[in-house]
Design a protein around this ligand. Structure first.
Ligand SMILES: Nc1nc2c(c(=O)[nH]1)N[C@H]1C(S)=C(S)[C@@H](COP(=O)(O)O)O[C@H]1N2
Ligand SMILES: [Mo]
Length: 201
């Protein structure tokens, strides 16, 4: 860990607007909803968030415990594989770094899992170093359930299908394994700047 950090890919808000829109994308001002199934309505009384799989010990937080952790407000651009991008979206959430502090693992990959059964896979490296959050607010308001409330994963540097709505945990894995959309041919990584939309891109 370096003490001097330039931040991930620099500060996007300092760049000209066009330089912030990845190839093949257009900018929208509304907030489209894309869900592969019905919107779950989990009870906050029984909601938990888990870090499990290739870990010495499963970690689990209740909703109250999650909300008691330090959180951050971040403003980021988001990019959907269906070609819309939304600039300067503001979220509040707990950094995944905070959740992984003290977790001993040799795993290199993660499967995010959700209420409703959705999954998506990511390298562990893409969830650490201030690049990913468990977000519970958007634009200063509790996250609407159609957008993943009570909480969703936010990984804005990858296509937005990696930002799992209604997320309930991270399963650490030694090998990469496809999640829901990846099984249907979406790219295993999903870098919008490289247009990694489908496997083979
Ligand atoms: N649990 C879950 N998470 C999900 C999805 C989903 O269907 N289920 N869709 C993904 C896709 S394809 C996109 S583009 C974004 C859409 O988020 P939004 O509906 O808040 O715009 O959520 C992602 N996360
Ligand atoms: Mo998407």
């Amino acid at each position: 860990m370096s003490f001097v950090s330039r931040g991930f890919k620099g500060r996007s808000r300092d760049k000209p607007r066009d330089a912030r829109v990845p190839p093949g994308q257009y900018v929208v001002h509304d907030f489209p909803v894309l869900s592969a199934g019905p919107t779950p309505q989990p009870s906050l009384d029984t909601w938990t968030f888990s870090i499990e799989g290739e870990v010495d010990e499963t970690k689990r937080w209740t909703w109250a415990e999650m909300r008691a952790l330090p959180s951050e407000t971040v403003t980021r651009d988001i990019h959907c594989v269906t070609k819309w991008s939304k600039l300067d979206t503001t979220w509040e959430g707990v950094s995944v770094d905070t959740l992984l502090a003290g977790v001993e693992t040799a795993a290199d990959y993660v499967m995010a899992f959700c209420d409703g059964g959705y999954t998506t896979n990511l390298p562990l490296e893409d969830l650490t170093g201030g690049k990913a959050w468990i977000a519970f607010a958007f634009d200063g308001e509790p996250l609407e359930s159609q957008h993943g409330g009570p909480a969703r994963l936010l990984v804005p540097h990858l296509y937005f299908w990696k930002s799992a709505k209604w997320v309930r945990g991270l399963r650490l894995m030694n090998e990469d394994s496809p999640g829901f959309w990846e099984t249907y041919g979406y790219h295993m990584y999903g870098d919008p700047w490289l247009e990694q939309r489908y496997s083979g891109d």
